[in-house]
Design a protein around this ligand. Structure first.
Ligand code: GEK
Length: 241
């Protein structure tokens, strides 16, 4: 895949529209996410390792909010068990069209579904991945989705969630945001790009604290939810049924 450089916010925009996963974003997505999310590649690699451990024969692994399929491909590389398939869901057709063009069918099939993850049935799941997707749902819809995932997971199943985090303490919160912006600058984004993207994501990406996530996961039934990775205000956690 050729990496097209993300320059969507490089020119001054009279009006910054709310961020959407449209054709323009899908076109530059691999470059955008790698230069915007600290530790992205590490998390993708680890999702593969986790699939190697949690994927069970005769079960399904879900990648919810799959974009171009980085997590699905990483899972597939590590799934050695028989009769297991991956269901990859996104409600952006622009993303799925590109994902489909990268897809070759191998031993562990990947089935694409264009749907809202709130409407998707989760059944017979050994592993579910929400890699930077939950943060785009309205807060009031998050518990219901997580409860549905909990119900669809097999007894030893795991849910992997990666999210941008907020922090209780305002100084810590501002510090982490600042550090993230420094990270983006180090990746070649200008102050203008950083500030216009921030405006576009306002009210679209709604981060919560890890404590809030952990509490909600336990309240829908998960027996344990712990951080396994954090780089500034980006983190990934494992919730066990
Ligand atoms: C990766 N997981 O590379 N239903 C379905 N899809 C949705 C919904 C929804 N309600 N809301 C958002 N999406 C990927 C990266 S990107 C993260 C995930 C980011 C989809 C949206 O269309 C987009 O493709 C994805 O979730 C979020 O591992 O851009 O920060």
């Amino acid at each position: 895949m050729t990496l097209i450089k993300d320059s969507l916010y490089s020119q001054p925009l009279g009006q910054v529209n709310a961020f959407a996963f449209d054709d323009h974003v899908a076109n530059v997505f691999p470059d955008m996410i790698q230069r915007s999310v600290p530790g992205y590649q590490t998390m993708i690699t680890a999702i593969g390792l986790l699939a190697g451990r949690f994927a069970k024969p005769n079960s399904v692994c879900y990648d919810l909010g799959c974009s171009l399929g980085a997590a699905s491909f990483s899972m597939r590389q590590n799934i050695a068990v028989k009769n297991c398939h991956i269901v990859a869901v996104d409600n952006s057709q622009a993303m799925l069209t590109r994902f489909e063009s990268l897809l070759t069918q191998e031993k562990t099939p990947i089935k694409l579904q264009c749907a809202d993850i709130r409407d998707v049935k989760i059944e017979n799941a050994s592993m579910v991945v929400l890699n930077f997707t939950l943060q785009f749902l309205p807060i009031e819809d998050r518990a219901e989705l997580l409860a549905k995932i909990y119900d669809g997971l097999l007894p030893d199943g795991a849910l992997i969630i990666s999210e941008k985090l907020a922090f209780e303490d305002s100084r810590q919160h501002e510090l982490q945001i600042d550090l993230h912006h420094e990270f983006k600058k180090s990746q070649g984004y200008s102050d203008l790009e950083i500030s216009q993207k921030r405006t576009a994501l306002e009210n679209v990406l709604i981060p919560e604290t890890f404590a809030t996530h952990q509490h909600r996961l336990k309240s829908v039934g998960f027996s344990s939810a712990e951080l396994w990775f954090q780089y500034f205000n980006f983190a990934s956690f494992i919730a066990l049924k």
